[in-house]
Write a protein that binds this ligand. Structure first.
Ligand code: SAH
Length: 344
């Protein structure tokens, strides 16, 4: 056992089984604190790490939204969970070209990733959570593969009702368990009659952040773009997964050594935000509407043969139906209902 796994086993021995959400919180904090997980040599590859086109197109989308808001000079550009800072660096090329030089705020808990972000976006400010970002100006907020890393509670249908899923420990390691008390009141009524063994997830951590984003948009204006894999719930399904070295792993074996994620419930985020919501639409459709094909042609015009092949491969990966094009989805939040680029 790693020292971290040992500590978890001691915690469970002392205080009893912990809810899956608590397990996810502790494991992911340890995971992101101790490594840069991205890319071929890491555990997973995200869209901004595939191609600069991703961040540039999203940057152009924000330029359009900023202009629509009257080009407010004090606007904040905020990113939740910026990873290596690659996407923001690419976005800033688009904003700079449009003569918008926003204050950049990063919400990031990992000190290791903060230093990677500082190397790419030297002028940024860092915060532990969105509440700490000054609430004084129009908010332009982006989050790519951030919400999937936030903890979910899981409820399992049993014969007598619903129980929260927990993680317990025995001599051999960690094992799944169910809380003794009934949790039917926490399951959406229209799912309550699901068959025995069904799982329903809820992410209070995610909906709290969505509510904060919505409140800020309503107060000061702006726009938010949330990109992730997920569904428009409520729905049943156990989506908790562990990814290690680009393959699925067991979410309760080797705690803190794999990326733990759950699919994002875009319906729940939109409802919690309480402002106008657009989508979710597939990432492929969104990027094509933003002009990824024209952007690729421009890049290819000044590329070598192998570079051109790589650009085509990146477009296919970001937009293809069997790659990221439909599994990944895009949700926009806005203080008003005027149509938005990419969601027509
Ligand atoms: N957006 C980046 C990274 C995605 S990985 C990309 O697309 O490449 C998830 C990111 O969220 C990491 O930067 C991780 O450190 C950060 N993160 C995870 N949980 C967090 C939390 N609770 N608060 C703030 N940041 C968090």
């Amino acid at each position: 056992m790693t020292p971290f796994a040992d500590r978890l086993a001691h915690t469970i021995a002392a205080t009893g089984p912990m809810p899956v959400a608590r397990w996810m919180t502790l494991c992911n904090a340890n995971y992101y604190e101790t490594r840069d997980p991205f890319g071929v040599g890491g555990d997973f590859t995200t869209a901004p790490e595939i191609s600069q086109m991703f961040g540039e197109l999203i940057g152009a989308w924000f330029v359009e939204m900023w202009r629509r808001a009257g080009s407010p000079p004090n606007a904040r550009l905020v990113e939740l969970g910026p990873g290596r800072g690659t996407m923001m660096a690419d976005m800033l090329r688009s904003t700079t070209a449009a003569k918008w030089t926003p204050a950049v705020d990063f919400v990031e808990t990992s000190p290791l990733l903060r230093s990677a972000q500082a190397a790419r976006v030297p002028g940024a400010m860092w915060h532990d959570n969105l509440e700490h970002v000054p609430d004084d100006a129009p908010l332009f907020l982006v989050a790519n593969e951030f919400f999937d890393a936030l903890p979910v509670r899981q409820f399992e249908r049993v014969v007598s009702g619903w129980r929260e899923r927990m993680v317990a420990a025995d001599d051999g390691g960690f094992i799944p368990a169910l809380a003794p008390s009934d949790a039917t009141a926490l399951v959406p009524p229209r799912l309550a009659a699901a068959t025995v063994g069904s799982v329903v997830e809820a992410s209070p951590a995610s909906t709290a952040i969505a509510a904060e984003i919505g409140a800020r948009l309503a107060r000061h204006g702006g726009a938010a773009l949330i990109v992730d894999y997920g569904y428009a719930g409520p729905a049943t399904g156990d989506t908790l997964q562990a990814i290690r070295a680009h393959a699925f792993a067991d979410p309760i074996a080797d705690p803190g050594e794999a990326d733990l994620t759950a699919h994002v419930d875009f319906g729940a985020l939109a409802a919690a935000a309480g402002v106008a919501a657009f989508g979710p639409v597939g990432q492929g459709r969104f990027l094509r509407a933003l002009g990824i094909d024209a952007r690729a042609s421009m890049l290819k015009a000044r590329a070598t043969g192998p570079q051109a092949v790589a650009i085509d491969a990146a477009v296919a990966r970001l937009t293809g139906d069997t790659a990221m094009g439909t599994l990944f989805k895009v949700l926009a939040l806005s203080p008003d209902r005027k149509p938005i680029a990419g969601f027509e």
